[in-house]
Design a protein around this ligand. Structure first.
Ligand code: TYM
Length: 319
């Protein structure tokens, strides 16, 4: 079984990316053949400064490696290093109906907010389908927000196969645990576009400050509180084991505590949780050439696979 997933280099990774996706990518590298890539072509729809995009792409690779992605086990590469994907994207575009893309939420959301939506954003799910189909992927581990896009990919693969014969493997989404959503500092889904993120490799002091500023209600200390549905509790749960989680839940139900105390615990847990990765990150930062080498090697492997799939597809449709 081949697993594939991508992540955009839109800035430093936040807790939502880590608990929602990256942690599972790392776990899956031990079980399956895994392909992970940094989606810089997708990021091009939002990042317009050359140096920022380039820097973010390298940083994303360092972050993934520091967090435990092992290039001996998984193939790690940059999306644009496999140009076959862009050609495949065009081929898929010719069988994609406009209405199907108009119903996709990422596009609908931007449009409803009156934000400029270019063709890159509009056709984003088609490029994503190409990413997946180019490597004969079976499983695509993603968070809930990406499931609709995987559906588009499945539909396109089936439509192509129906017209031209079985050229594509039809993939399945694998919804990740926690994938529902990691809340941000305001309780909404943690997301860069909501400005409510806490970054994995953020300076420790800045991280602690953000944690202390997590929004909470103003009920008096004594009042018992339901842990379920409380975003501060949900965030704490990400970092602690079942036992600690239960005693925190008890504390909530009993009442008689201050949110400040819980926030301090969260900051301490988060700091130690990422301490080893932080050290590894500093090491990689000092040797960016090692990272570039890993990415080049990953691209070679990924490209070989994509080339074979593209040959098959070109043959099927008469190119
Ligand atoms: P991206 O970069 O927005 O997010 C990467 C992964 O992180 C998950 N995620 C979250 N999960 C839980 N809670 C949150 N607050 C949270 N925020 C982000 C996302 O669900 C996702 O799995 N289009 C994709 C990148 C992509 C891709 C692909 C993925 C491009 N091509 C092919 C899979 C297959 C994206 O923008 O993810």
């Amino acid at each position: 079984m081949r697993v594939l997933s991508g992540i955009q280099p839109t800035g430093r990774f936040h807790w939502g990316n880590y608990f929602g996706a990256i942690r599972q990518y790392i776990a899956l590298q031990n079980e399956d053949e895994a392909y992970y890539f940094i989606a810089n072509l997708h990021a091009l729809t939002t990042i317009r400064e050359r140096d920022v995009l380039r820097r973010n792409t390298l940083e994303a690779a360092m972050d993934l490696l520091a967090l435990g992605l092992d290039p001996q086990k998984a193939t790690l590469f940059v999306q644009s290093d496999v140009p076959e994907v862009s050609e495949l994207s065009w081929i898929l575009m010719t069988i994609t109906s406009r209405g199907r893309l108009e119903r996709c939420h990422a596009f609908k959301e931007k449009k409803s907010k009156g934000l400029p939506a270019d063709m890159g954003l509009f056709t984003y799910p088609v490029l994503m389908a190409a990413d997946i189909l180019a490597y004969d992927s079976n499983w695509v581990p993603v968070g809930e927000d990406q499931v609709q896009h995987i559906e588009v990919c499945r539909d396109l693969a089936k439509a192509f196969n129906h017209r031209y014969g079985e050229a594509f493997v039809v993939p399945e989404a694998r919804l990740l645990p926690h994938a529902a959503r990691v809340p941000g500092t305001d309780g909404e889904k943690m997301s860069k576009s909501y400005n409510n993120t806490i970054e994995v490799f953020e300076d420790v002091k800045a991280m602690r400050k953000k944690v202390m500023r997590i929004e909470t209600d103003s009920r008096p200390m004594e009042e018992p509180k339901a842990p379920e549905g409380d975003h501060l509790f949900q965030l704490c749960s990400l970092f602690v084991d079942a036992e600690k989680r239960e005693s925190l839940a008890d504390l909530y139900r009993r009442g008689g505590f201050g949110y400040g105390q819980v926030k301090k615990m969260l900051a301490d847990e988060a700091e130690s949780f990422f301490a080893a990765a932080r050290e590894k990150r500093a090491e990689l930062e000092a040797h960016p050439e090692r990272v570039t080498e890993i990415l080049a090697d990953g691209a070679t492997r990924a490209r070989r696979k994509a080339r074979a799939v593209l040959d098959r597809v070109q043959e099927a449709c008469g190119l």
